[in-house]
Design a protein around this ligand. Structure first.
Ligand code: C5P
Length: 233
């Protein structure tokens, strides 16, 4: 089975995170460790998760001078993560340095993707930081820059998936959060897509947090997400 679901471990305590991890099957999903859990628990917890057989997307969104990002990315490569990310707005040189820092891992290297425009930023926020084009234009611009820097793909919102899929090569990977079944609460996500629609729109990997982590039975919820996409993929 192609594992398209990445479950977001948005927790601040190892015990709670591992409780959830132990209810899931590494054959059926991958896991995302972001800033909250990593800041709280660090590489030790990452290793415990990997020791249970899970592949990890380390979502730390690096954004710094090229040398610093390259070194951090290399450390993540040594930790054996499956995927990691940087901010595309760090620029082409920064992204190229990140890509080069992973070359030593050969075919075992993690997938390297970039964040384009944070979905929390609207037009007015972009203007405040000196960006005059629309969020959609900026997303496209940064996605092309990411491709030019030789990265594997981008994180993109449900609203952007179809457009980016149409503009970018087939092998360029799209990772999409904001996925909800019809019965799920949307929470703070403004624009959501169902799992099957996300895959149909061209998303390769779906990041799912609360619909699985807060479910009465996380494994049943994961089964439902996988069943929904099995019919399309
Ligand atoms: O609980 P939920 O399914 O909304 O979690 C989605 C996950 O994807 C969270 O870890 C969130 O930080 C992340 N994410 C997002 N929107 C983005 C980028 C990342 O929701 N644009």
């Amino acid at each position: 089975m192609e594992k398209r679901i990445i479950v977001a471990l948005d927790f601040n305590e190892a015990k709670i995170a591992l409780n959830l991890v132990d209810s899931l099957d590494p054959e059926l999903c991958r896991l995302k460790v972001g800033k909250e859990l990593y800041t709280a628990c660090g590489p030790d917890l990452l290793k415990q998760i990997q020791d249970r057989g899970f592949e990890v997307f380390l979502d730390l969104k690096f954004h710094d001078i090229p040398n610093t990002v390259a070194k951090a990315v290399n450390v993540a490569g040594n930790m054996g993560v499956w995927m990691l990310n940087v901010h595309a707005s760090g620029g082409q040189a920064m992204m190229e340095a990140a890509r080069e820092a992973l070359l030593e891992f050969g075919s075992q290297r993690p997938k390297l993707i970039a964040v384009t425009v944070l979905t929390s930023l609207a037009q007015v926020d972009l203007h405040q930081i000196g960006i005059e084009c629309s969020p959609e234009e900026q997303v496209s611009k940064l996605a092309f820059l990411t491709r030019d820097a030789g990265l594997d793909g981008v994180v993109c919102s449900a609203a952007e998936t179809r457009l980016l899929r149409a503009q970018l090569p087939k092998e360029f990977c799209l990772v999409t959060p904001g996925i909800r079944r019809a019965t799920d609460a949307t929470g703070d996500q403004k624009r959501v897509l169902g799992p099957a629609d996300a895959v149909r729109s061209g998303s390769n990997y779906l990041v799912v947090g609360r619909p699985i982590t807060q479910a009465k039975s996380p494994s049943e919820a994961l089964f439902e997400f996988n069943s929904a996409i099995a019919s399309v993929s």
